[in-house]
Design a binder for this molecule. Structure first.
Ligand code: PLP
Length: 432
């Protein structure tokens, strides 16, 4: 290994590091896992998830706060189990997620249900299991939820998701908290929606929520959104509608490529100071982090199939693809890619600039562009920061079975999802 090209520990990922020229997740060698389970293979560190959670828990120490893991980031049962056992609630966005998280052992009273398009069947399912709160995103949804609740002889606990319209000019990367996107109820319509909700006998208004975007790497947009939400809370309560909880959503970013988001505890020290200053610090607080709890807890292992030198580009063709790692194709996102067992300089013709691409028949099927690597066919690479929005977005495109998943806990490696067989991918189909 050339110490100049391979850092011993990977930035932002304390539980994923090189030891004796071997990339490890906690106490387990990734080359061993690739050999035993094949590739592509997702590997998660339980310690990394719990330490990401601990930063939030420190931030909220002494407060009345509920952390609801936004499970769409990674909804694998054993991942949910880690968070349920650590006392988390969950933010769900479909009846499917609700069923899944209950199967993982979640307490339904700590589950909230977000999303702009809840169906009547999903509302009924959530009411029947005793969900903690519906985060309602439109006035029309209030009426439907009221009907469904009355049909069951119940009152649905509701929070209204408001859209704080945080200034896009100063924070152009925020996309869900602005006017003109489909999420939430506009700030200026919020008062009317709250009045409407309190008049519906099947609803019980308990909270307010917002969620301003994802991969946010600065505190300012959160601070701005918090001001806007507190303005609304004071107006709503002045109109005689008590608000029990304030939910600030998720969105805190992670370090993919030199990004420097605030630590969760430092961010919340700032936010709590602002809440205290305005007299809301003792309210029940909720947050919905997704990416920041799991993103840097996972890697995806992939084998180099072919090196394909070219006139303009050199391609390194690997066995993981956009169906396993959709973020580059969907968002032009960046994942670091490193060798699991770095080669000595003498093994290859030096390092080469490659585009790392998968086998799927789309030019959009790339994992990383212009990466300097020292590799040969048969080597295993690790795609970093693959814990969030990878497996949960994976598909069967090109009739590729989805990858297997491993949860590492110390020196133990648990298989938490079997590799999907090709037969699984068409098991529900039939010929006519
Ligand atoms: C996706 C989502 C989250 C989590 O976002 P992250 O960026 O993963 O933290 C939280 N709340 C809602 C309503 C969401 O849609």
């Amino acid at each position: 290994m050339n110490a100049n090209t391979t850092p011993a520990s990977l930035p932002g990922q304390p539980h994923i590091a090189y030891a004796n020229d071997q990339l490890m997740v906690e106490g387990v060698r990734l080359s061993d896992l690739a050999r035993e389970h094949g590739t592509p293979l997702f590997v998660y560190s339980k310690a990394a998830m719990l330490s990401a959670l601990a930063a939030y828990q420190r931030g909220f120490a002494g407060r009345n706060a509920q952390i609801c893991y936004a499970m769409k980031a990674n909804s694998t049962l054993a991942v949910l189990q880690v968070f349920a056992e650590a006392g988390c609630g969950f933010d769900t966005v479909s009846g499917g997620e609700l069923a899944r998280v209950l199967a993982a052992g979640a307490d339904p009273a700590k589950v909230i249900f977000s999303g702009v398009g809840k169906t009547r069947a999903e509302m009924k399912q959530a009411l029947q299991v005793g969900i903690g709160c519906f985060n309602v995103e439109s006035e029309a949804e209030l009426d439907v939820l009221n009907e469904v609740a009355l049909g069951l002889g119940q009152q649905a606990p509701v929070s209204l998701r408001v859209n704080p319209n945080v200034d896009a000019k100063t924070h152009p990367y925020i996309s869900t908290g602005l006017k003109g996107n489909k999420f939430g109820i506009a700030h200026e319509d919020a008062m009317r929606a709250y009045r409407h909700a309190t008049q519906l006998p099947g609803l019980k208004v308990i909270g307010i929520d917002c969620h301003i975007g994802s991969q946010i790497t600065e505190a300012t947009p959160y601070l701005d959104a918090m001001d806007r939400v507190m303005d609304l809370v004071s107006d709503i309560e002045a109109a005689g509608i008590p608000i029990q909880h304030i939910d600030f959503g998720g969105g805190l970013g992670i370090n993919y490529n030199g990004d420097t988001p605030p630590e969760a505890d430092a961010l919340w020290a700032q936010l709590l100071a602002k809440l205290d200053a305005r007299g809301y610090g003792q309210r029940q607080l909720m947050i919905e982090p997704g990416r920041s709890l799991v993103g840097n807890a996972g890697v995806c292992l992939t084998e180099v199939l072919y090196l394909k030198p070219g006139e303009q580009k050199n391609f390194c063709i690997v066995d993981a693809a956009m169906n396993d790692l959709p973020r580059p194709a969907m968002y032009q996102a960046f994942h670091q890619i490193v060798p699991v067992s770095p080669r000595a300089a003498r093994d290859t013709q030096g390092s080469t600039l490659y585009d790392i691409v998968g086998p799927v028949c789309e030019s959009g099927d790339w994992i990383g562009r212009d990466r300097q690597l020292r590799v040969q066919a048969g080597d295993t690479l690790a795609v970093l920061s693959a814990g969030a929005y990878c497996m949960s977005m994976a598909s069967n495109y090109n009739t590729r079975g989805r990858a297997a998943e491993i949860l590492v806990d110390g020196t133990q490696a648990h298989l938490i999802r079997q590799r999907e067989s090709v037969f699984d991918t068409f098991a529900l189909e039939q010929l006519v």
